[in-house]
Ligand binder design. Structure first.
Ligand SMILES: CN1c2c(nc(N)[nH]c2=O)NC[C@@H]1CNc1ccc(C(=O)N[C@@H](CCC(=O)N[C@@H](CCC(=O)N[C@@H](CCC(=O)O)C(=O)O)C(=O)O)C(=O)O)cc1
Ligand SMILES: N[C@@H](CCS)C(=O)O
Ligand SMILES: [Zn+2]
Length: 807
């Protein structure tokens, strides 16, 4: 009979009430000593392990906690902190960690630094998106002389902490190949970071041996890159690497997630490990093959509960998938979430304001633990019954005894719990609030007149003439990306309004005053195209989600985005439409305060989709088109209100690319189509901007060009304008604003630094196509640094105008 166990690849670390965020930010402000911060970490870990055990999980996961990011943890664990930080022996490890994550603000590239203007010494590690999620990791830096050494004290201390609390431990590590893959090569061209594997493996070996000695029953070793299109050298490296590691220590559970294994399936099944975890949601179609190919003595861990979305699991469907697997695997079958629960909110228990019907459709992290326990109980019962049928005796001795609330369920409880889950799934399927006939009809009408609906009236050159005539901007026009500092005042006013302590009219007055302040400051700075500053927005996606039909939102559904920063993704449960204008009054107010053009600011359909929890009952493309129509209405209304420039942000367009290249074309087709559908309603003389950050665009430049925005502003400063080369080579046809300063750092760039970047940009893009702007919005910055940086930016633009003498 099958031994069924339950576990999770990882748990949210930020805390039910974002305790980690609060503690970190207090520590960084100097208000909380390191010892107190450490205590917060211990308390959170203890609480999270207790929740896992109480739900009946067989192992607690240790090693998923991080002060800032789990990849950064591995940089320290494996002793490869970049030399450029100049850390000295004996320097406090926590301080070094935060310096890597946040930069060394004591080292100013602009003020008397001997390293020149491209100086990156002391700059924070680059952040980039973790696969196709909205979580950012810190990018390891590798060079030919990178050395590794083991610093496992923190991880081993966490193992000991869990053991002291009486928990069976499964430690989790990033695998060596994924760790190297996620890093960036620095230094000499021609260096290949895969060459470091030989040096890295002995350190992993020593680590695994230490974990075994420490009593970790299992080590989960994450290799999500097995779901990517890997170069042959990387694929070939797996077998020898894992053979070497298998000699070292505790049994290894190799974990893959986010993507099907495809051509790597046989390889993953063959590796010298004791078990394999697969994503049973995104790679559901591979489960039978994996169950067939994986040798019988290995554990198969099936990630059957969705770790990337918030819908309650259809337990009947899950059991229908699991039963045959259970029959095939006479040894050990583990049930799990598809991936770490880092990507979903903590618990539904705190959500008192959700509509009860919609609430019944949902499962956040802690509810997903309960789902696993239910599935295990249901499956174990069926397995026992089968065994009794075949052997004539019911031997339940090797069924892991369920513990905890759900685990103690007797047959009646189990039946009731399954019935409740079934009713919730049925209610969601049949609910009239999910479907809106008017939205369906509008989409159907579009399908008929498709070609005109997503094309501007005239081609770009004609629009450019009309826009230049209307706007009369100088060359190298200056602008910002939308948000200005979300000050403590702004946040406090919104929090007071939410608590009912500040009435709607007073809140609105406060926001209008912040907008007026932002407009005034921009005029003094001499910017050419102004923005209202987004003071009234809690978040660029949540704000729209709160106003669109078909969306709902939570009170506490926070998900970590990077470090202490979190987002509260809205939930799309039904057909999307816009009951009324969402931004027009704020933007029109701002426009009335100035004679300069005020840029309207919208979030695009792909980004709203990508940064929300989305429906799983219809294709993402359909939802994207519904959102596109809603935002299109807003474009039309802004235009009607006299707004001449409208920015439609699509920072998540690149991140939404499927992890497998074979699926790119289909995605890019509907994603860029949704953008065009949003923008195409604008007349020729209305200038449409889009903005993208976090993007390595070069492999999708034709599709970005096909979006046909009049102006695109992109993040380029951190790559020293290297990203722009592709736009030059491709002869990007429309106007471009390559970011000239990194908004993630409090460092104020000087004029000369930005002039250098603009000259570099002018060498690859025609100067009359160029705009001047920061990399992204300024909401996380303070006003002093913002004004200082923008003053220098405006001066840099003026200098370029003089150099090119093309007013
Ligand atoms: C551009 N980015 C975004 C991404 N995803 C999004 N959904 N939105 C984005 O903007 N992905 C990629 C990047 C990630 N970058 C960031 C940057 C900054 C943040 C951030 O600052 N997050 C805030 C939360 C923002 C928010 O929702 N604010 C609300 C609520 C504020 C709050 O916590 N209030 C307190 C009370 C405060 C008080 O003063 O009393 C409370 O409610 O308890 C608001 O402004 O109303 C963060 O704090 O983490 C995220 C991603
Ligand atoms: N308009 C947004 C874009 C962020 S990607 C902002 O400025 O914050
Ligand atoms: Zn941005």
């Amino acid at each position: 009979m099958t031994n069924i166990q339950i576990h999770i690849p990882g748990f949210p670390r930020i805390g039910a009430a974002r305790e980690l965020k609060t503690a970190l930010e207090r520590h960084w402000r100097g208000e909380l000593p390191a010892a107190a911060l450490e205590q917060t970490g211990r308390d959170l870990r203890a609480r999270h392990w207790a929740v896992q055990r109480l739900a009946g999980l067989d192992h607690v996961t240790v090693g998923d906690f991080a002060w800032y990011d789990h990849v950064a943890n591995h940089i320290q664990l494996l002793g490869c902190e970049p030399a450029r930080f100049g850390f000295t022996p004996g320097q406090d490890a926590l301080q070094r960690y935060f310096t890597m994550a946040r930069g060394d603000t004591g080292h100013h590239a602009h003020a008397g630094c001997a390293h020149g203007h491209a100086c990156q010494q002391g700059a924070a590690l680059e952040m980039t998106k973790w696969f196709d999620t909205n979580y950012h990791y810190l990018v390891p830096e590798f060079a030919a002389d990178t050395a590794f050494s083991l610093h496992a004290e923190r991880l081993l201390a966490e193992v000991a902490e869990a053991q002291a609390l009486g928990h069976p431990v499964k430690a989790v590590l990033l695998g060596p190949l994924t760790f190297l893959w996620l890093g960036k090569e620095k230094g000499e061209p021609g260096f290949d970071r895969l060459d470091l594997l030989e040096r890295l493996l002995p350190v992993y070996g020593a680590l695994l041996a230490q974990l075994k000695r420490a009593g970790a029953a299992w080590v989960q070793i994450d290799e999500p890159i097995l779901g990517l299109d890997l170069p042959a050298a990387w694929r070939n490296a797996f077998e020898p690497a894992y053979w070497q590691l298998s000699q070292a220590g505790a049994p290894l559970l190799l974990a893959t997630y986010f993507s099907p294994l495809e051509e790597n399936l046989g390889l993953a099944c063959r590796l010298s490990v004791a078990g394999l975890h697969v994503d049973g949601v995104r790679a559901a179609h591979e489960l039978t093959s994996v169950a067939d190919w994986l040798p019988g003595h290995k554990v198969l861990s099936v990630g059957i509960v969705d770790g990337r979305n918030v819908w309650r699991t259809d337990l009947d469907a899950a059991l229908a998938v699991l039963r045959p697997l259970c029959a095939k695997r006479s040894g050990q079958l583990w049930l799990s979430t598809s991936c770490s629960l880092l990507h979903v909110p903590y618990s539904l228990q705190q959500e008192s304001a959700l509509d009860p019907e919609i609430r019944s459709w949902l499962a956040f992290a802690t509810e997903k633990l309960d789902e696993l326990a239910l599935l295990r109980t249901a499956l174990a019962g069926a397995d026992a019954a089968n065994a009794a049928d075949t052997a004539g005796t019911a031997d339940t001795a090797d069924i892991a005894a369920p513990v905890g609330t759900t685990g103690t369920a007797d047959t009646a409880d189990l039946t009731a719990a399954l019935a409740a889950a079934r009713a919730a799934v049925a209610s969601r399927r049949a609910s009239p609030r999910v479907h809106n006939a008017a939205v369906a009809a509008r989409l159907a009408d579009l399908a008929q007149g498709e070609r005109c609906a997503d094309r501007r009236a005239s081609p770009f050159p004609q629009r450019q003439v009309a826009q230049r005539e209307r706007l009369g901007l100088p060359s190298f026009p200056t602008t910002t990306i939308g948000s200005f500092p979300q000050t403590a005042d702004i946040r406090a006013a919104r929090a007071a309004h939410k608590r009912g302590e500040l009435d709607a009219a007073s809140y609105e007055r406060a926001m209008l005053a912040h907008i007026a302040d932002a407009v005034h400051r921009q005029e003094l700075l001499g910017l050419d195209v102004l923005v209202h500053g987004e003071a009234e927005r809690n978040d660029m996606v949540e704000y729209f989600g709160e106003q669109l039909d078909g969306f709902t939102f939570t009170q506490h559904g926070w998900v970590q985005s990077y470090g202490s920063r979190c987002v509260k993704p809205p939930l799309i449960y039904g057909d999307v439409s816009r009951p009324q204008p969402m931004t027009v009054a704020w933007t029109a107010h701002a426009q009335r305060l100035t004679k300069r053009p005020m840029k309207g600011m919208l979030t695009g359909p792909v980004t709203i989709l990508q940064w929300s929890f989305v429906r799983d009952d219809q294709p993402r493309a359909t939802t994207a088109r519904q959102i596109a129509l809603a935002i299109r209405d807003e474009v039309a209304d802004l235009e009607q209100a006299g707004i001449a420039i409208i920015q439609i942000d699509e920072p998540a367009l690149r991140e939404g690319l499927p992890l497998r290249r074979a699926r790119w074309d289909d995605y890019l087709d509907w994603a860029t189509g949704a953008f065009r559908l949003t923008a195409a309603v604008a007349s020729d003389s209305t200038q449409i901007h889009t903005h993208m950050c976090y993007a390595e665009f070069n492999d999708i430049l034709p599709q970005i060009a096909a979006m046909d925005a009049d102006v695109i502003t992109i993040e380029t400063s951190r790559s020293d304008m290297e990203l722009l080369a592709g736009f030059g080579q491709f002869r990007y046809p429309n106007e471009i604003g390559p970011g000239v300063y990194d908004i993630h750092s409090p460092r104020v760039p000087d004029q000369e630094q930005m002039v250098r970047l603009l000259r570099k940009a002018s060498a690859v893009i025609a100067p009359d196509q160029l705009w001047v702007n920061p990399d992204c919005g300024l909401k996380t910055r303070g006003w002093d640094e913002t004004e200082a940086a923008l003053r220098n930016m405006v001066a840099a633009a003026r200098q370029l105008r003089e150099e090119h003498a093309i007013y």
